[in-house]
Design a protein around this ligand. Structure first.
Ligand code: SF4
Length: 268
């Protein structure tokens, strides 16, 4: 190869590398916080990334401090990955990693790159904790890197859902049906709030929605509303409409669980 040919091939390689780096920049996300050793956000021991930003305004939200992008620190995926690397070997054996928030789908490019590295490069079990409202922001290939979806269904009635969250219910149900089509397992999470979601008719309606999804629903968690987030609301200068609502009684919780189990749902 003469000098001119060498120069030409070097130039072609340089241009190709530039194209790769321009086409695949390291996305910057807004990371609210991380938690290592979480036990309630997927199977086994979880490392949880809480991404900032959420389109919902749930009256019972216990993390209102995650609602805005500005509540998170800007990090590249490379920097975010550095936080989990020391635990990766351990997590591979006993659990995995969960993307939560806020809602991780508010940052689709960052979430996708992070999941790709966590799932494909580090070989970790991955879970996505979402209400699915922004599911249209990611394509089907996104879910190749998600082993499990923790899907939050806030209310079974469309009007009450909007009153409780500020948003429509339909996108969440559409998202769930898409997961079924993709063969993606999901764990449903439903918060039991006295006076809001504990009505038997609403629970039956929830059961109708979930049974229609078939065996993709591997598990249902009924989570008791708690008041631990109210201090955060106060710190943000906000007052929750649920400020005077108490957690459900043990009997009410047991009754909701029994109702859903009686419909054949895998409530744990
Ligand atoms: S979806 Fe989650 S983070 Fe967003 S407002 Fe509701 S409870 Fe809070």
């Amino acid at each position: 190869m003469d000098t001119t040919t060498h120069l030409r091939s070097d130039l072609i390689r340089f241009i190709a590398m530039r194209r790769v780096s321009v086409a695949t920049p390291d996305p910057i996300g807004h990371l609210h916080s991380v938690e290592s050793g979480a036990a309630a956000d997927g199977p086994g021991v979880r490392f949880v990334y809480f991404l900032a930003g959420c389109p919902f305004r749930c009256l019972y939200c216990h993390n209102p401090d995650t609602w805005k992008f500005s509540s998170g620190r800007p990090v590249t995926t490379t920097e975010a990955l550095a936080e989990i690397r020391p635990f990766a070997g351990f997590l591979r054996r006993v659990g995995g990693v969960t993307l939560s928030g806020g809602d991780p789908l508010t940052q689709p490019a960052f979430a996708e790159r992070l999941l790709s590295a966590l799932h494909d490069d580090l070989g970790l079990h991955t879970a996505l904790d979402t209400q699915g409202f922004l599911g249209h922001k990611v394509d089907d290939a996104f879910f190749d890197m998600v082993d499990l979806v923790l899907l939050d269904v806030k209310h079974a009635d469309p009007e009450r859902h909007r009153a409780l969250t500020g948003r429509a219910l339909t996108p969440t149900l559409d998202f769930a049906r898409r997961l079924v089509d993709l063969g993606k397992p999901m764990w449903i999470r439903h918060v039991l709030i006295p006076g809001w979601t504990d009505d038997a008719a609403d629970l039956h309606r929830l059961a109708d929605h979930l049974l229609a999804l078939g065996p993709a629903v591997e598990r249902v968690d009924v989570l008791p509303y708690h008041t631990l987030g109210l201090a955060k609301w106060a710190a943000l200068g906000r007052v929750s409409k649920l400020a005077d609502t108490h957690p459900p009684t043990a009997a009410s919780l047991a009754s909701a669980v029994a109702l859903l189990r009686s419909r054949g749902l895998p409530v744990v």
